[in-house]
Design a binder for this molecule. Structure first.
Ligand code: URA
Length: 210
């Protein structure tokens, strides 16, 4: 199966993303912008959520009205920068379950090393939506997706803010069945594994650690 990518290029998202990219955008604004973009992306990511109907009474009459069917999805945040997307997604999907996977980039090989994993026990009955703002080399995204699949998730989606062409290709190669949602695909990766033009280190910018 060829990998699927959905670039959510709504003008409001693109404007907010430009503000996030600016080097002089402060951490508080960066956090707010990522939260707002994530809320907007959540609508598109969940567009295929099936509907059921229930009988209700309006002030005028009875009707069958649509409601979301099945169990809520599980949002899986890749620590630490995934927390920035998680906040916005939870505003739109407040009853979603939440999982966390801790991965760090081994500085010389840039491979992903897992140091933490906590996922809901009933993941097999849920859709897992994996969150990480930057799909750069793809190593963390691939490792987290493998972990989520091993844990039995019914279906899996991957959501990021920015992707590199190299990261998208690597991810599609490893997980051709998992659709990728992003706000933009940038030019390339530099030799340090950063997305160009990108926005720098998403975790540091979110949490003001540099
Ligand atoms: N992680 C980041 O935070 N930024 C990049 O550009 C690449 C990986």
């Amino acid at each position: 199966m060829a990998g699927q990518i959905r670039v959510i290029d709504h003008p409001v998202i693109q404007h907010k993303l430009t503000d996030m990219r600016r080097r002089d955008t402060r951490s508080d604004d960066f956090r707010r912008l990522l939260r707002e973009i994530s809320m907007l992306m959540a609508y598109e990511v969940m567009r295929d959520w099936p509907l059921d109907t229930v009988e209700i009474e309006t002030p005028i009459t009875r009707m069958r009205a649509p409601v979301l069917a099945g169990k809520e999805p599980c949002l899986v945040s890749i620590l630490r920068a995934g927390a920035g997307i998680l906040d916005g997604m939870l505003e739109v999907l407040p009853s979603a379950r939440v999982g966390h996977i801790g991965l760090y980039r081994e500085p010389t090989t840039l491979t992903a090393v897992e140091y933490y994993c906590k996922l809901p026990e009933d993941l097999a009955q849920r859709e897992a939506v994996i969150l990480d703002p930057m799909l750069a080399t793809g190593h963390s995204a691939i490792a987290a997706t493998s972990r989520v699949k091993e844990s039995g998730a019914a279906t899996v989606k991957f959501v990021c803010l920015l992707a590199s062409p190299e990261g998208v290709a690597a991810f599609h190669e490893a997980h051709p069945d998992v659709p990728v949602f992003t706000a933009a695909v940038d030019s390339h990766l530099n030799s340090h594994g950063y997305i160009v033009p990108g926005l720098g280190d998403a975790g540091d910018r979110l949490f003001g650690t540099k």
